[in-house]
Design a protein around this ligand. Structure first.
Ligand code: SF4
Ligand code: URA
Length: 238
């Protein structure tokens, strides 16, 4: 009897390891990433409202980036998700297509999402600013101030349980702090919506930073942050 249980356990572990290393999608364990209460009419509403914001962003000329962009990048993903990822702003690849995180950083972000046992299509991905700054310069304060309300509304509509910010600008902007990312990451903070709802926020390194500093230590730090996120969502940690 005891033997039988052990065999089951070993087989399960083996399957999980194989899926992890093959970059595959893990069998979902405890809780699902899509909110169960949203598989109804309100889900359609959220999708419609998000599409309205996306259209406003595509028309927006509130700052000078609006005249410099090829495509605005409003954000993309599942509106019923429990996790939202927020980056800084579009790069060249994103500007060319109007889709967030599809260049080198995006490929690494997708790897991280898969290592978490999730698919890109199961989360929502956005940015602090929606249009690409020329030569990828840092966004200016007035650009962030003009653009931030779009993201704030998107977050309020999606109402995720957790926001993961990628890199210093996203963390500093949403937490309204000047603390360095090395100090902010590794623990949960709180983001407050305009209606006063607190949403847990985990800052981690930007994939572009990780690509430039691809050490075991940095990769472990990001993975530790993501493990905390999965634990908070009561999801299996691969
Ligand atoms: Fe509008 Fe934001 Fe684009 Fe500026 S960056 S034009 S505020 S959408
Ligand atoms: N870097 C970001 O911060 N956002 C993107 O969408 C792509 C790269």
């Amino acid at each position: 009897m005891e033997k039988e249980i052990n065999i089951k356990k070993v087989v399960k572990q083996h399957l999980e390891m194989a899926e992890f290393f093959s970059d595959g999608v893990l069998v979902k364990g405890k809780e699902a990433i899509i909110k169960p209460q949203r598989r109804n009419a309100s889900a359609e509403n959220v999708t419609g409202e998000l599409e309205k914001i996306a259209e406003q962003v595509r028309q927006c000329k509130k700052c000078e980036l609006g005249s410099l962009r090829t495509n605005a990048v409003p954000g993309q993903g599942n509106p019923n998700t429990r996790i939202v990822f927020v980056g800084e702003g579009p790069g060249a690849d994103e500007d060319a297509k109007g889709i967030p995180f599809i260049g080198r950083s995006g490929q690494l972000l997708e790897k991280i999402i898969k290592a978490m046992g999730l698919q890109r299509s199961e989360v929502w991905i956005g940015n602090i600013i929606k249009c690409r700054p020329p030569n990828n310069r840092d966004p200016k304060p007035d650009e962030i101030i003009n653009c931030l309300p779009y993201l704030q509304k998107q977050i309020e509509l999606i109402n995720p349980e957790i926001i993961v910010t990628l890199g210093a600008p996203a963390a500093k902007t949403l937490l309204n702090t000047n603390q360095p990312i090395g100090r902010l990451r590794g623990e949960f903070h709180e983001y407050y919506t305009s209606s006063g709802t607190a949403i847990k926020l985990m800052p981690t390194y930007h994939p572009a930073y990780l690509l430039r500093n691809y050490s075991d230590d940095n990769r472990k730090r990001v993975w530790d942050d993501m493990k905390q996120v999965l634990a908070e969502l009561n999801m299996p940690i691969p």
